[in-house]
Design a protein around this ligand. Structure first.
Ligand code: CA
Length: 233
């Protein structure tokens, strides 16, 4: 079943942009423009996640968030709050009120989608997206296949898991130790340099010739999947 997302946003252009991108991503999308219509809609057609604008006619995002959190059936419904730039203190208040994450306008759509996937995974592990996409790279988690610009890549199982793990959190930098824990498993008895070896192999498999390298080495910290690469697609 497709995950169902409720967008609460009174800026029509933005709501439509989100709908278009989320539907492309395989979600079922519904839009509500007024804050005071949210609760009824949530009751009638319970969503898997709510994208909630901060400033709304009828009731503010903060108020809705508070109300949803107060009811047992929507207590743990994932909520992603949208705020305008410069509302830093309000953003903090938003999280304190119980939103799970926030996006600052103008936001990057791929980044927002990555956050939505992350929130859904946390909420419902069975709704794991089967397909991870970033730029021209597609990773199929069920078939364990990776394609770049339509060409299938030949990855070893460790390189596959490494890429999968990095793609799940674009932009986030992981230390070698974190990668060992998450990709190899805690009990694995391997040296941190092993990570470098496998990242090297992964890069080689991903980038033939002049293709952009989606993996970023962060000196002194570790590695990350470049979120700019994800946006380029
Ligand atoms: Ca608004």
């Amino acid at each position: 079943m497709k995950p169902h997302i409720l967008i609460v946003e009174d800026e029509q252009a933005l709501a439509l942009l989100l709908r278009y991108n989320l539907e492309n991503e395989g979600f079922e999308v519904e839009i509500v423009e007024r804050g005071d219509e949210v609760e009824t809609r949530v009751r009638e057609n319970p969503p898997d996640l709510v994208i909630l604008d901060w400033m709304l006619p009828g009731a503010s995002g903060i108020e809705i968030c508070r109300r949803l959190r107060a009811r047992p059936e929507t207590k743990s419904l994932p909520i992603l709050m949208l705020t305008a730039r410069g509302e830093e203190t309000e953003r903090v208040r938003g999280l304190a009120t119980g939103a799970d994450d926030y996006g600052v306008k103008p936001f990057s759509v791929p980044e927002l989608i990555a956050r939505i996937h992350a929130l859904l995974r946390r909420a419902k592990p069975e709704q794991l997206a089967a397909l991870l996409k970033a730029g021209d790279i597609e990773l199929d988690r069920e078939k364990k296949r990776v394609h770049r610009a339509g060409r299938e890549l030949n990855l070893g199982p460790t390189e596959f898991r490494l890429l999968e793990f990095l793609m799940l959190s674009p932009g986030r930098v992981f230390s070698r130790e974190q990668l060992l824990d998450n990709v190899w498993g805690r009990e694995a008895y391997v040296d941190e340099r092993t990570v470098d070896v496998h990242v090297g192999r992964l890069r080689k498999a991903l980038s033939r010739g002049r293709e952009a390298d989606p993996i970023r080495t962060v000196r002194g910290s570790g590695y990350s999947f470049n979120e700019r690469f994800a946006e380029a697609g």
